[in-house]
Design a binder for this molecule. Sequence first.
Ligand code: FAD
Length: 399
Amino acid sequence: MASATARDTFDAIIIGAGAAGMLCAAEAGKRGCRILLIDHADRPGAKILISGGGRCNFTNIHTAPDRFLSANPHFAKSALARYTPQDFIALVERYSIAWHEKTLGQLFCDGSARQVVDLLLTKCAEGGVELQLGQSITAVDHGNGAFRVEVGGRTAIAPALVIACGGLSIPKLGATGFAYDVARRFGLKVIEPRPALVPLTLGGDDVLFRTLSGVAAPIEVKCGKAVFREAALFTHRGLSGPAILQISSYWRHGEPIAIDFLPDAPSRWLRDAKRNSPRGSLRRALAARLPDRLAETLSDRLGLEKQLADTPDRQLEAAETGLASWAFHPNGTEGFAKAEVTVGGIATAELSSQTMAAKRVPGLYAIGEAVDVTGWLGGYNFQWAWASGWAAAEALAAR
Ligand SMILES: Cc1cc2nc3c(=O)[nH]c(=O)nc-3n(C[C@H](O)[C@H](O)[C@H](O)COP(=O)(O)OP(=O)(O)OC[C@H]3O[C@@H](n4cnc5c(N)ncnc54)[C@H](O)[C@@H]3O)c2cc1C
């Protein structure tokens, strides 16, 4: 390793200048810590910039621990309670960033996601954070109470190291498994990372639905105990749209998902349709409630071609039941290339929920998506990044 000088000595080194790393660096810097924030990408906050269609869905006002997946559902509670959506809203307002609620408590910038990155960079500058971008880390070591990180020909030294380099989703934006490598290197367990908030692919009999590519409908989808009511979108590979992205985080290979195509239809609506339009067909009855092409595919699959008047009530009831719980058997997902987030990651059992510090490795911390805490779609993942970054910053300052 290259030799270290005073300018290479810090209170903490943070790996990853994404949402969690930048907030943690800025808050620790504000509290007087000397921080080095390292990213191998040339620009910080790449995911923030493309998030929320370029407007960054930076939090969700309905943030609650039950909207996060983790092997330990209690782990996120402390950090989420201590740094809330209101705290981030106050920050956004202090920097005069205009925002609006889109739907379901999701808050977006009126302008651009760039404003959030600029806010975090300004806060880092105010806190005297040193940023080192565009260079690869070639070694991470620990000995005599100090972490040593070799990057860009220098050896940076600090008594604390924060793993903030995210999950595996979207490698072309700079995502790597480095967080897991560093964690394992220090003996921390990693829960198998899987793509989440990701489109599902269909094969087998379900392949017919691919011809509906581009058709969207409001549905309710279930997998195990998880239920989401939002829009689904058929794609040329399978299923997407917010409802499907949400359920994908809960889905495991081999499991079916069940879609209710008419979650708002009253029970026995088909028998009512038969009474009101006896000469009508199932397809027409469905087309009154669903997009034409979807109505056609579903009625073809149900195989009820006669007029409603000639269809026995019990067949109509069976059709209603089928439409309310249509089983799809996804054969996979579109993978990390298309996943918004990663479920799994550094095991929460290894970390303090108060400080994000590794229980068995003094001075080591992990925050953000690198940790086995994954939020629903809709601003929850950034809220976790801010909250966990803030918890670690407080702990760094208290060392
Ligand atoms: C397309 C898309 C849209 C999204 N939209 C939203 C949204 O609107 N709202 C929301 O809440 N969430 C959204 N998310 C999820 C959100 O972006 C992440 O959960 C969040 O960015 C995680 O923050 P983080 O700091 O933990 O990781 P990241 O933001 O991923 O930051 C990790 C950083 O570590 C760096 N890094 C990785 N490997 C190394 C290495 N080997 N050496 C050095 N640096 C490294 C990366 O370059 C990156 O800058 C979206 C995700 C995607 C992909």
